[in-house]
Ligand binder design. Structure first.
Ligand code: C2E
Ligand code: CA
Ligand code: CA
Ligand code: CA
Length: 276
């Protein structure tokens, strides 16, 4: 009886039960939020080293009626563990492309590219390619301005199938960035097989680069790798001038980070652009 009781202990662990309940509540709340249209996109500028804006990255936020603006760090992992990332991901793709098409009609914003984050479950759906192409058609957004950001773990799952899907999207003009490079279970052996246009160096390395010699060495190697594989290299999370000067000296082509701007609602982004 005692042994059986012990086996059951974790099941009745009140802390764990509280987590499960909280998660279920968050999921239900997200379902409601999708129906009520509570998600919004903010846009973070991607800057060229000459000070021109190359484009923006669309980053989702939840405009919660009680809690205010909720960070994706809190709800994206939950959405990814449930099937909610599918409708949410579709909404993000549609909204980002709608915005991209609208910007195409304005001289100040016409050249901007739009980067959209894609989750593994979304990408590995059999109809992902058709879904993206359909969004481009319905919104009128230009495929060659759309860049999909994906992580190493996503790309490593079924490399052949992944390459095939990427090729079909590339044929339409869409480009690809490898996000958070260096943080996943990197396998350099597959990298040359993937039709990627851009490597994004995770901000942990940018931060370490100006603090530790080893961090600087990693940035240097990633830039060399990008160059060898014909990809442009983006420094993520640039917060200080020291970091910016470092990544310029190392040969990164562009950067994102609080030094230039946080992710902004569209109106604030347009005000920023008007002031450039
Ligand atoms: P990410 O794709 O790596 O996006 C960059 C994150 O770094 C953003 O956080 C951005 O606000 C933050 N960031 C940018 N510059 C700086 C900086 O200088 N310093 C610091 N400390 N942070 C900086 P955010 O918006 O909270 O997004 C977190 C993550 O959530 C994203 O990481 C991405 O993995 C995920 N995410 C956001 N939107 C979406 C989406 O629409 N779909 C999917 N699948 N994932 C998303
Ligand atoms: Ca990203
Ligand atoms: Ca990133
Ligand atoms: Ca990330």
């Amino acid at each position: 009886a005692k042994a059986a009781g012990r086996n059951n202990v974790s099941f009745f662990d009140p802390a764990m039960q509280a987590r499960v309940t909280a998660r279920a509540a968050l999921e239900a709340d997200m379902r409601r939020a999708l129906v009520n249209d509570e998600f919004v996109l903010h846009y973070q500028p991607l800057m060229n080293m000459d000070g021109t804006m190359a484009g923006t990255e669309a980053l989702v936020r939840w405009q919660h009626p009680q809690r205010g603006l909720v960070s994706p760090a809190e709800f994206i992992p939950v959405a990814e563990d449930s099937n909610l990332i599918l409708p949410l991901g579709r909404w993000v793709m549609h909204e980002a492309c709608r915005q991209l098409a609208q910007w195409a009609g304005n001289k100040r914003t016409a050249k901007l590219a739009m980067a959209v984050n894609v989750s593994a479950q979304q990408f590995h759906r059999p109809d992902f390619v058709e879904q993206v192409l359909e969004v481009l058609t319905t919104t009128g957004a230009r495929a060659d301005k759309l860049r999909l950001e994906m992580t190493e773990s996503l790309l490593l799952k079924d490399v052949d199938g992944t390459v095939e899907k990427m090729q079909r999207l590339r044929a339409a003009g869409i480009t690809f960035a490898l996000d958070d490079f260096g943080t996943g279970y990197s396998s350099l052996s597959y990298l040359h097989r993937l039709p990627l246009d851009q490597l994004k160096i995770d901000r942990s390395f940018i931060w370490a680069a100006v603090k530790e010699d080893s961090g600087a060495a990693i940035v240097r190697i990633i830039v060399a790798l990008g160059r060898a594989l014909n990809m442009s290299v983006v420094a993520e999370g640039v917060e200080t001038l020291e970091q910016l000067n470092f990544v310029i000296a190392e040969g990164c082509q562009s950067y994102q980070g609080y030094l230039f701007s946080k992710p902004l609602p569209e109106s604030e982004l347009l005000a920023l652009i008007a002031g450039l």
